[in-house]
Design a protein around this ligand. Structure first.
Ligand SMILES: [Zn+2]
Length: 157
């Protein structure tokens, strides 16, 4: 979760300080792709009013809330088997990929997969192909030194 210092942190929308008594919203680090329109909100704090007036505020809150919900240990269920994943070495978490509901990858936002079930999974090949397409499209870019998407592709391949 982002670090909020009341009286010091500024709201990226209005540029003013978030003070004690203000209503605010703290975003988790839920967007990896710096080209994504929601990256603006990633790991940052906003006045609730500013956020609610912003054209992307609603959708940003939707995906951030979904992220927080899905990473709870109780919700760590494999997409393929429906079983709870308890072994961290068997666990793959697919982070937020896209907010475009038309995109094939949208259904894989915030999904858990156990590696041991990958071998016979019919969606493995199309998923990897789409992830490679995204990686090569130029639409996906990460902060220097990170390669989440590359690692995810090799984990699934
Ligand atoms: Zn503000």
């Amino acid at each position: 979760m982002s670090i909020l210092l009341l009286g010091k942190s500024t709201c990226p929308i209005c540029g003013l300080t978030i003070k004690e008594g203000d209503q605010y919203y703290c975003f988790p680090a839920f967007v990896i792709n710096i080209n994504d329109e929601l990256f603006f909100f990633n790991d940052d704090n906003f006045h609730l009013d500013c956020l609610n007036r912003h054209k992307l505020g609603e959708v940003a809150k939707k995906y951030a809330n979904l992220f927080v919900e899905r990473i709870r240990p109780d919700n760590r269920r494999c997409l393929i088997t429906g079983e709870k994943i308890t072994d961290p070495n068997d666990h793959i978490f697919i982070d937020y990929l896209t907010s475009n509901e038309e995109d094939y990858l949208h259904r894989f936002n915030f999904v858990h997969i156990c590696k041991s079930s990958l071998a016979n999974w019919e969606l493995r090949k199309p998923l990897v192909e789409e992830l490679v397409r995204l990686k090569n499209s130029g639409k996906w870019q990460e902060l220097a030194g990170r390669d989440y998407l590359g690692k995810l592709i090799s984990q699934l391949s």
